[in-house]
Write a protein that binds this ligand. Sequence first.
Ligand SMILES: NC(=O)c1ccc[n+]([C@@H]2O[C@H](COP(=O)([O-])OP(=O)(O)OC[C@H]3O[C@@H](n4cnc5c(N)ncnc54)[C@H](OP(=O)(O)O)[C@@H]3O)[C@@H](O)[C@H]2O)c1
Length: 268
Amino acid sequence: MKILVIGGGNMGLTYAQSFIRSHITSETDMMILEKSAEKAADLRLKDIGTIYTDPEDCLSRADLVILAVKPQDSLSLFETLKPYVSDQQVFLSIMAGVKIATIQKGLGITKVIRAMPNLPARIGMGMTTFTSAPDVTRIELVMAQNLINTTGKTIYLDNEEAIDATTAISGSGPAYVFFFMHAMMEAAREMGFSESESELLVSQTFKGAVDLYEKSNYSCQEWIARVASKGGTTEAALASYREGTLHKDIKSGAMAALVRAQELGKNK
Ligand SMILES: NC(=O)c1ccc[n+]([C@@H]2O[C@H](COP(=O)([O-])OP(=O)(O)OC[C@H]3O[C@@H](n4cnc5c(N)ncnc54)[C@H](OP(=O)(O)O)[C@@H]3O)[C@@H](O)[C@H]2O)c1
């Protein structure tokens, strides 16, 4: 199966590299289309398949086309691709907010899968949700899922609107975690730890807590109860969080991201 990744940026390269590294495809079957000649020249120095700058040279040979350009570039991209597409090809889009119907109309094709990855896909720890148009066959869907699985974990969603909701949880989520980590690192610095000590204290604490959570059957609330003994230090911190509005703020941040994802989707 020939794969063409369109857009050799952060996510496009993450996908191409993951597929090759996991041997789910070979370098000979991987093509990347990048519009900037300068970037294309840089990409040719890496072992990630054949690099093109013109869709005419590669698009018609692809069985699966991955759309990995910025959402704001999607309409002009559709114009350049349209003369070379075929209705037998499967299009997998990771463009935030760009609806399946928009891609179908823009390219004049029917087989579209829409996915929402997140940044940890770079290290094979991504969380991706995806959905598909009715014309995508079961076999094509499984093939796409096998590819996306090389970047982390996946959930198939029946309802396309739920993709926007996951954009607000798993898509933007890594930034929420970094926000919390940053605040904890600042607190550690204020207590007198060096920058590197603060980073280690906080990142290892996050890693350990998430691993512990994943390897047990306890809920977050149950784990909190296990760490916080009565009258102890954790309880003092939690009491301070509860006095403020942290819990509510975290939820309203995710809701604000959802509203924004829906707004962006309306324009596309
Ligand atoms: N980064 C994330 O964490 C993340 C998470 C979820 C979803 N996504 C989605 O992934 C997509 C890509 O994001 P990114 O962060 O990888 O963006 P990026 O680093 O800017 O990569 C996009 C690449 O596409 C190229 N490009 C633009 N128009 C093109 C065209 N007509 N033909 C060929 N190449 C073209 C751009 O070149 P120029 O720079 O020269 O314009 C750039 O190299 C976005 O739609 C985003 O919504 C990203």
